[in-house]
Unconditional design. Structure first.
Length: 138
């Protein structure tokens, strides 16, 4: 029994590393830096009070990152990811059940290879919400 649990835990660690997943609930930080197929990537994720899916697609001068919360709640103060080129701007939108709810204001910074969007106000997601981040690169 213990060995099968250990194998499952090790597999989950590999999954998190391949996703480049980072999460700090009390600080409201979530991030992804996929190591496999970053141009067209999708993965499930869990957080303290919910779960959902993350999608990332890249084109020549754009990356779209989407956080789709399927269950529970998620409070975010920042989101980080890796981009193939330097980032010129980002547009962040919150959708509720597929309908545009509001534009989210924030500021861009870098932390090593990561591009970090820090929101002006905490973003409260509930099941059915999607946070869409459209990065324009040079």
């Amino acid at each position: 029994m213990l060995r099968s649990l250990q194998r499952a835990m090790m597999s989950h660690g590999v999954y998190l590393a391949a996703c480049g997943y980072s999460y700090h609930g009390p600080a409201g930080r979530l991030g992804f830096a996929p190591k496999i197929s970053p141009d067209n990537f999708a993965a499930a994720f869990t957080v303290a009070a919910g779960w959902g899916s993350y999608r990332q697609t890249r084109r020549t001068h754009q990356q779209v990152s989407s956080i789709d919360l399927r269950y529970g709640t998620l409070t975010l103060r920042s989101f980080s990811t890796e981009l193939p080129k330097s980032c010129r701007s980002v547009e962040v939108s919150l959708l509720r059940h597929g309908s545009h709810l509001r534009v989210v204001d924030g500021r861009l910074s870098t932390d090593g290879d990561q591009v970090v969007v820090t929101f002006d106000r905490a973003v409260e997601l509930v099941a059915g919400d999607e946070l869409s981040l459209v990065y324009v690169t040079s």
